[in-house]
Design a protein around this ligand. Structure first.
Ligand SMILES: C[S@@+](CC[C@H](N)C(=O)[O-])C[C@H]1O[C@@H](n2cnc3c(N)ncnc32)[C@H](O)[C@@H]1O
Length: 400
């Protein structure tokens, strides 16, 4: 079936597996009716304005695609017959070449180079230096789905994110963690292992209601079918968001990002400045033991170091210290810890429960959360003397 020129496009958001429900919730908030359609995939129907808006406003998706055709093919003749019916000129401007990203499973057509060659024959030749438009071709059990990429550079490449540490969290995942614990921008937020500041910057952009990708361009800007009126309407909503963010009524949560490594503090400051949210973020060089106390409710959300293997006493102590400091000095703050090891999360807080699971850096990770305890319910367990006697924190190299 070739998908024709209906007012509605069959679109899909591609997100890290595990984030589908959050991605679907974001699409719903844009007035769409999403359907999770397998690991890392959420389908939705959209008009062009909604398609453009999804690219601008989704924080958990890595890419948005538009379905062009779905058909059965067990040989090249059928593949070419169906692919030839696609109106390629609608999606590739003159001077641009198609690039086919092909995956196949349990199908008679399996030779990806040969498939690409046949698709070039019925569309346009491969690039000999000109810019490319990505098409995603999935062949599963002899059913071929051809989609055009609407995003261009992946949406998790945030333009502000240039200074990075050793184990930076992907911003789509940081946004998902913030959404999973209900971050609404109305309370103070602390990340005591901030690295390059991913949680802090994503949280600030969410609090201000600003798009995650700034004022970047998307692949759809180059399509011959690009609708300037629809884009002007989306750009208008972005402009309005910027005006609201700089008004007196804008949310101004205090966000504190700290790290023991001064280079990471500088990276956080540079990233926050590029994202134009530096005014919300205080970046500090500080070991977790020396976290400042404060009263009132808030959120600690953090991604401490973790390794492939558990067995490190230093890591165990580090998570224990985080939990003790949080309970002692920030008793009314919720605690959310992203780690690969349940035992470490429980070391931070025995009552922590997993609220989100996905893969990061080749490991399965979970976000563990425990809500703040009612004031006065927790006995004091950590004195300053003990912190000093412990000589600060010496965790293993962070690979998380
Ligand atoms: C996994 S990384 C955090 C990555 C961060 N979420 C990002 O997106 O860039 C862990 C961070 O914890 C910091 N760290 C390790 N031990 C620490 C300690 N005792 N106190 C404060 N920070 C520490 C490291 O310098 C590193 O930047």
């Amino acid at each position: 079936m070739s998908i024709g020129r209906s007012k509605y496009l069959q679109a899909a958001a591609v997100c890290p597996p595990g984030l589908e429900q959050l991605c679907a919730a974001e699409l719903k908030s844009l007035g769409l009716r999403p359907k999770p359609a397998g690991p890392g995939l959420v389908e939705f129907e959209a008009n062009v304005r909604q398609l453009y808006a999804a690219n601008v406003w989704l924080r958990t998706a890595g890419r948005i695609v538009v379905r062009l055709a779905t058909f059965r093919a067990t040989d090249f003749v059928h593949l070419q017959d169906h692919a030839a019916k696609i109106d390629w000129a609608r999606w590739i401007e003159p001077g641009r070449a198609p690039r086919f990203r092909i995956s196949t499973s349990q199908s008679k057509l399996y030779h990806t180079k040969a498939i690409a060659q046949r698709l070039h024959q019925v569309s346009l030749p491969p690039s000999i230096g000109e810019p490319e438009q990505l098409f995603i071709v999935r062949i599963s059990r002899n059913t071929v789905t051809i989609s055009v990429d609407a995003s261009g550079e992946a949406l998790h490449h945030r333009p502000w994110r240039i200074d990075l540490g050793d184990a930076p969290l992907r911003p789509t995942m940081a946004a998902a963690c913030l959404q999973a614990v209900g971050w609404d921008g109305n309370r103070p937020l602390i990340d005591p292992f901030c690295g390059s500041g991913t949680f802090a910057v994503e949280a600030a952009l969410m609090a201000l209601g600003l798009p995650a990708g700034g004022e970047r361009e998307f692949a759809f800007h180059t399509w011959p079918s690009f609708d300037t009126g629809a884009w002007a309407s989306v750009a208008g909503s972005v402009q309005a968001a910027h005006e609201a963010a700089s008004s007196d009524q804008a949310a101004r949560p205090e966000i504190v990002a700290s790290d023991r490594d001064p280079a990471m503090v500088a990276a956080t400051e540079a990233n926050a400045a590029r994202a134009e949210v530096a005014h919300l973020i205080t970046a500090e060089e500080r070991v977790v033991s020396h976290l400042r106390g404060r009263s009132g409710s808030g959120l600690i959300i953090t991604n401490p170091p973790y390794g492939k293997r558990l067995g490190s006493a230093k890591l165990t102590r580090l998570y224990g210290r985080l939990g003790a400091v949080a309970r002692e000095r920030l008793p009314e703050f919720d605690l959310a810890v992203l780690t690969a090891h349940r035992k470490l999360a429980l070391e931070a807080d025995g009552a922590a429960e997993p609220v989100l699971a996905f893969r990061h850096g080749g490991l399965g990770v979970k976000l563990y959360r425990r809500a703040a305890r009612p004031p006065g319910s927790e006995p004091s367990e950590l004195g300053q003397d003990e912190v000093v006697a412990a000589g600060g924190d010496q965790p293993e190299a962070a690979v998380g």
